[in-house]
Design a protein. Structure first.
Lengths: 362, 159, 462
């Protein structure tokens, strides 16, 4: 026992002299994380990060057998039915993608409502929103890759939306589609987007985001800010908070294992461009709210006017959402802070209602 | 807390044994997790190798007395790990296919009355002469074997 | 036979039992384990003179009484309503066989309810030693309810050869003890006891996480640490008990573990196997999380983490109950009654005389005539709907989609013939009835799967 201990000690010393582990541990245990009754929301950033790592892991495994282009459906079918546990890996990839976007959304809304976007964390807010935007593009491009019936029609409908834009709409849509129709060219460019372009943008942005978190630390919610410094509680980042983070990761992994193995992700029929769209075609849940809003506005204002109004409404909302740190700036919780809070509640309510409405009226 | 010193000691000792038990449990949990993630990933990556191995394992099957089956009937047999069928057509020709539906892997059936090979799971239909997928969900034809009819047996081998 | 099966669209009547029963199990197992938890905690507090524990235990026992006395009791009675409506045949068999067992259970159940209330309301009012004795009576009575109901639950999976030999002769009750102490009785009892003990610890973590760690650090850390130890029982015992349990299950049922047909292709374990593995993984997660978050860090341990552990534990329990039900396929009472309520030995008679021979539940038109469609509907409700719905759980419309009438007919023929090598044999009962019954069912299903443009005459009158 003592020999093993001595050996591991000297190994640690050897590495420490070269990499400075003790410094890192000292630094990490010096850092603190605030502890209060809203602490629970601090874990969602870490959960998102963990799910992203899972995406990379399962994504690389799928890459081993996936073939873009004309063969796309056949290769996914092979992964699902021929390769051992291919169904599980594909299912884990799809489920963790959805959980990933869900976790980012929870993270975003909790940041919004705890007002963690205020000075000096504006860049954290912007980079986080950009990461969410990229994640949804990840989702949209990944959805097409199996080229089954549902993904084909969902992509077809999704790529119709930009055509409503005057002048440049059709050009953008054709550029994304690689032609005037969704074909194997679309799969090929979506594939390039999904595995090369998006990760190349996402990873540096993620590093920037994490660096900002480490630089500014966790924000306190307004009600904690009001307390005198002596009454605020905090726990060391290492090992206490880190341990809790790991616990949450383990739980996320467990939830994912449950979903992926008990509810395996289905593979539909191969797409057929001449077949009519199957009944009840709808986008992924995170696009359901804008989809439903366009639908409702389209019913009020027929023709392109509805779509343009919808796009305008949506872009205005997003711009306001992005710019909130410039509106609600001060720690004194005045009128602007209240307005921002109401805006957040209204946005969440609107998204929830339109999403539920969307599923209700499929 | 003004507890006696002795009980504190006992507490520490039980604490230590509990911690040891927990570390053992955490180790076991770690093994469970590694196995739960590692095994599927290994099998997934090893699939082509396993397929090649099982494909290479069997190249020929000999079916004793199979030359006696009447015309218009079929004989099910195993080619390697998977089921296969030997059909003696009304016109006296012989043909053999894998009996695994190319859709979801159910075992298919020869139906002489309807002159078709049928998969009961999702209704796939194949041509009994060529193995071509005629209707229903199957994406590919059935794989065909080479048939050699002898006096005492029928030899089936990979085409 | 031929009760008008309680028709629940989308969900399926079986899930009505499922939801109520899973909810009930989560609470009733807490009621059994939690009794022992309170007992041992009270004894420890008494011996070591911990007044702070004493105060906390009073709070915990109030929580305990509320959860078990209200939700546990109501859901338990709910199971009786649900099984009577969804599965009258199986309920009848169980009552004929176990009426005496159930009577005993109800006695213990009454004792349990009364002592739970007495235990809570007599804290600090009677002699502490007497109070502890009340705790013992409660714990004993609640354990007895588990000991009895376990015999009936395991009977449904493995009635045992001795009972099966007398089944249907009217003398079933003479083999009561064989049916009760059936092959899976002991492994199941061990499994459930371990889960009860662990669930007691999990629920205790919920109440002890609410203690203010700044004001009462010694109380919180000692109680959280002590409660975490209760979780270990499940982690140590469950995998072994699970293997023992599966070992005692008949081979035909065990075959369900390696079956992949109702799911998908390669490398697939069946649902039952996947869930069994998930239970083991989830127990590992629970122990890992409980050690890292509660044991190593009791002062910071908060309600949200406790709830996470609770949800994981409930998830594992629910998954376990679901897979236990799946394992019983194609029977509701192993070897004796199929999951659609048809007794195995009556199948031949039904095939001769028709499924609807004594049925009063077929839709008839004004002339008193039933149509092929309406007879098919009655057969569907009787023989299929205990597992399938039209559009929801195990949806028939989706499962048969893409088949034309002839194709549906050939599929039903296969279920009717029920040949020894039929892959459906392992989890589905045969389709019992005459050729005409099969044809009527085909008519009904074809109408559902491939709806005609105009409604048939008889349907319009309905």
């Amino acid at each position: 026992m003592t020999q093993i201990a001595a050996a591991s000690n000297s190994l640690y010393k050897w590495v420490d002299e070269r990499l400075g582990l003790t410094e890192i541990i000292a630094f990490a245990s010096h850092k603190t994380v605030p502890a209060h009754k809203h602490s629970f929301w601090y874990y969602w950033g870490g959960i998102s990060l963990f799910l992203f790592l899972l995406q990379c892991f399962t994504g690389v495994l799928l890459l081993v057998y996936y073939r873009p282009g004309i063969d796309a459906y056949e290769s996914v079918r092979q992964i699902n039915f021929v390769m051992h546990f291919g169904w599980l890996i594909r299912s884990a990839h799809s489920w963790s993608a959805n959980l990933f976007i869900f976790a980012i959304m929870v993270h975003m809304f909790s940041v919004f409502l705890m007002k963690a976007y205020r000075k000096p964390r504006e860049f954290g807010w912007f980079s986080g929103l950009a990461l969410l935007a990229i994640a949804t593009v990840f989702g949209f491009s990944g959805y097409l890759l199996p080229m089954d019936e549902l993904s084909y029609f969902a992509t077809k409908v999704g790529l119709q939306i930009p055509t409503a834009l005057p002048w440049i709409g059709t050009v953008i849509a054709n550029m994304l589609r690689g032609g005037t129709e969704v074909t194997e060219f679309t799969v090929e460019r979506f594939f390039a987007l999904h595995v090369v372009v998006l990760p190349a943008i996402f990873l540096p942005l993620l590093s920037f985001h994490l660096w900002l978190v480490q630089r500014h630390g966790n924000a306190l919610p307004p009600e904690e800010e009001l307390k005198p410094a002596a009454e605020r509680k905090s726990i060391p980042f290492f090992p206490n908070f880190f341990r809790k983070d790991l616990g949450m990761w383990l739980i996320s992994l467990n939830v994912l294992a449950l979903l992926a193995s008990v509810f395996p992700w289905a593979l539909g029929k191969p797409f057929d461009p001449l077949a009519p769209a199957p009944a009840g075609i709808h986008p992924e849940w995170y696009f359901m709210a804008p989809f439903e809003m366009l639908k409702v506005l389209g019913n009020w204002m027929p023709g392109a006017a509805g779509e343009i109004a919808g796009l305008l409404l949506f872009s205005t909302g997003i711009v306001l959402w992005v710019l909130i740190p410039f509106y609600d700036t001060t720690k004194e919780n005045g009128r602007r802070a209240r307005n921002a809070h109401y805006f957040g509640i209204a946005a969440i309510t609107l998204l929830l209602i339109t999403t539920i409405l969307g599923y209700w009226t499929i | 807390m003004n507890e006696p010193v002795k009980s504190n000691n006992i507490e520490e000792v039980t604490d230590l044994t509990t911690r040891r038990a927990f570390i053992a449990a955490a180790g076991a949990a770690g093994i469970v997790y590694t196995a739960a993630v590692g095994y599927p990933v290994y099998r997934y990556l090893a699939s082509p190798a396993e397929m090649a191995a099982s494909a290479a394992a069997v190249t020929e099957v000999s079916l004793k007395d199979a030359q006696k089956i009447p015309t218009g009937s079929a004989l099910m047999f195993k080619f390697g790990p998977s089921p296969a069928m030997l059909i003696h057509h009304e016109d006296g020709t012989w043909v053999a296919f894998t009996a695994v539906c190319t859709h979801l892997g159910c075992t298919v059936q020869y139906e002489p009355a309807a002159n078709r090979i049928h998969c009961a799971c999702h209704g796939g239909v194949y041509d009994p002469n060529t193995g071509a997928n005629v209707s229903g969900p199957p994406p590919k034809p059935l794989k065909r074997f080479t048939v050699l009819v002898n006096a005492a047996d029928v030899k089936i081998s990979r085409a | 036979m031929n009760y008008p099966f309680w028709n629940i669209p989308y969900l399926g009547s079986s899930w009505v039992i499922g939801i109520i029963a899973i909810f009930h199990v989560m609470i009733s197992q807490f009621a059994v384990g939690g009794g022992f938890y309170l007992l041992f905690a009270e004894r420890k507090a008494m011996r070591e003179g911990r007044t702070d524990w004493h105060q906390q235990l009073i709070k915990h026992s109030k929580f305990f009484l509320t959860i078990t006395g209200i939700y546990g009791t109501v859901s338990g009675v709910g199971i009786w309503f649900a099984i009577g409506l969804t599965h009258p045949e199986a309920t009848s068999t169980l009552i004929h066989n176990f009426v005496f067992g159930w009577a005993i259970e109800w006695v213990f159940f009454m004792v349990e309810l009364i002592t739970a209330a007495v235990y809570y309301y007599t804290w600090d009012k009677i002699d502490p030693k007497l109070h502890l004795k009340v705790g013992w009576v409660y714990a004993g009575a609640s354990a007895a309810t588990l000991i009895i109901i376990n015999g009936i639950l395991t009977f449904m999976l493995t009635p045992g050869d001795t009972w099966l030999a007398v089944a249907g002769t009217g003398a079933e009750a003479s083999k009561f003890w064989f049916a009760f102490f059936n092959p899976t009785y002991w492994p199941s009892l061990l499994l459930r006891s371990a889960v009860c003990i662990s669930l007691a610890g999990v629920w205790a973590l919920v109440t002890s996480s609410c203690i203010d760690g700044d004001k009462f650090p010694a109380l919180k850390s000692s109680l959280v640490k002590w409660s975490v130890k209760w979780l270990m029982a499940a982690f140590v015992i469950v995998p072994f008990a699970l293997i023992w349990y599966l070992w005692m299950v008949p081979a035909s049922q065990r075959a369900l573990l390696t079956l992949g047909i109702d799911t998908i292709g390669a490398g697939t374990f069946s649902v039952v196997t996947r869930i069994a593995l998930l239970i083991i993984i989830t127990s590992a997660t629970i122990v890992g999380v409980a050690y890292q978050l509660a044991y190593k860090n009791p002062i910071d341990f908060n309600l949200s983490t406790a709830i996470s552990i609770l949800l994981l534990a409930l998830m594992a329990t629910a998954a376990g109950e679901y897979s236990r039900e799946m394992l019983r396929k194609p029977y509701v009472i192993g070897g004796w009654m199929y999951s659609n309520g048809v007794r195995v030995k009556y199948v031949d008679a039904i095939n001769r005389n028709g499924y609807l021979k004594d049925s009063l539940w077929v839709w008839k038109d004004s002339a008193g005539q039933s149509s092929s469609y309406s007879r098919g509907e009655a057969i569907f409700r009787g023989e299929c709907s205990s597992c399938h719905t039209l559009d929801g759980y195990r949806p028939i419309r989706q499962l048969l989609a893409g088949r034309d009438r002839a194709n549906i007919a050939s599929f039903l023929k296969m279920l009717h013939e029920y040949k020894a090598d039929s892959p459906y044999r392992r989890f589905m009962p045969p389709l019992s009835g005459t050729a005409e019954d099969v044809n009527d069912l085909t008519e009904y299903l074809n109408y559902q799967v491939n709806p005609p443009a105009t409604k048939p005459q008889t349907l319009a009158q309905k």
